[in-house]
Design a protein around this ligand. Sequence first.
Ligand code: B12
Ligand code: SF4
Length: 484
Amino acid sequence: MDSRRSDVLSATIVSGRGPLKILLIKPNGIADEIIPPLSLGWLATQVRNRHAVTILDALKEGLSSGEIAHIAADGCFDIVGFQAWSKDIHEIKRTASQIRNNRPESKIIVGGIHPTMLPEGTMRFFGEAIDFGFRGEGEIGFPLFVEAVGSKNLDSSGLSGIPGLIWRDTGEIRVNENAFSEDLDSIGLPAWDLMPPASYPRTPHGAFYRNFPIAPIVVTRGCPFPCTFCSAKEASGARLRKRSLDNVLEELLLHYHRFGVREFQIEDDNFTLDRDYVEQFCRGLQKKEIQMTWSFPNGVRLDTLDSSILKLMKTSGCYALNFGIESGSPRILEMVNKKMTVEKIAQQLHIAHEAGFELGGFFIIGFPTETREEIEQTIDFACSLPLDRIGVFYFQPFPGTPLYKLLVSQGEIPEDWAERQQASLHTLTYVSPTLTEKMLRSCQREMLRRFYARPRQILGLMGQIKSPSHFYYMVKRSLRWMKA
Ligand code: B12
Ligand code: SF4
């Protein structure tokens, strides 16, 4: 093994001993943020007491598919699992094929949002490169799958009862019903020692931070809202499931005392949905007297906030909020079922601004049927709001979402569209017949320029640069956006 591979392997390996060696891989790719892969940490926790588990963050290590394949072969892994977002499927296929060549006896499984939304399509796309797919949350099904591999019980009697497993039964693709963990405390904490926050670069979600190291955490799962562009409901279910506050505070204390973490980022779909829960969380945090700042880089819904809960959050260390605003066009907000009006958005943002938070808004341009005038409305709207930062994304039909299905049914995109694209934050993959690619690209630039080329925004951004390396990271990130 060459020294780079062995360094990476020994830095990431290995937790526990046991009959099977399991490698869980976060694939490499273009990303603005490089942060610990929470879901793989949770999966590792489920199996590490019986087997040897390694988490390989190929994004963080900057590994090529060839290097990953060598690591998989050198480490003699019995099971290799990938986390697949739609943007990563081509890279995963390349890597899985090489692992297949280097070590044919490894069982290769692909889980995550892409197979969750497109189970059969995933198996067809990967073909012989993988043995299994997995849909939905893995904490129940993945350990059962590992035991089936261990006992070589890989026929239909062994596989058909494993929740979430996608498998081939004499050529037919079978998709087992998935299972959500009802009691989130029972799944334990992610295996943080296998992905220590301090080993990650200063490239957090949302780019800005107050303190380092930073840990992402997921406190609740699920979202009851019906936004037609979003896959959260399919991924995490429509009902909000909450960890107990003791369980969450235990994780934060572990971060603070054992891993030296000084900031946490709540990545939930909808953390603030249950007001009482948020209140108890803040009070619990205050009692623990740990000095940690926190924020919501992934967004919270504006309609769940009021000034008294905001005040409590602020005094508990929360300093930044982001919101999925999506559009300044009332017609588009209605069309995507956001259940919000432009008036309510503006009103709530002013309350959050008064409470003294750093505020960020996410906008999407290029929705099906959207017109240039409606995008202009969004630009004007964004510039009228008390926001410190914005993100402007091109609409992408994520597989399985209502808008994806609508576009397929109207013949605007083919059924296997998601496999043909490498959808990610920077790619423009869909152009509505009401717009052109050139128009969309120039609207994105115009929006960023008009928003940021104002003294308050420029001074605000400059004031938050932490170091020369943070400045370099911000410049690189901004250039990627401007070139997109
Ligand atoms: C948190 C989050 C992030 C965080 C990730 C935090 C982290 N450290 O892991 C960050 C900020 C990095 C992020 C970024 C992006 N995200 Co995001 N994100 C989410 C969010 C809100 C929650 C995910 C989560 O942690 N859920 C809790 C965990 C436990 O669930 P999970 O990740 O799904 O993992 C479970 C299962 O999928 C399964 N599983 C996962 N991997 C594997 C592997 C194997 C082998 C097995 C068996 C099972 C398995 O088991 C896991 C445990 O139960 C989801 C929405 C959602 N509800 O899913 C969007 C979501 C996943 N993100 C999405 C997108 C598009 C992105 C970006 C591309 C956005 C962008 N514009 O840049 C970037 C990608 C950048 C990158 N680095 O790759 C989309 C994905 C759509 C798609 N089809 O790909 C989602 C679904 C939101 C949406 N818009 O609909 N995101
Ligand atoms: S955009 Fe937000 S509120 Fe809407 S469904 Fe997705 S997670 Fe829920």
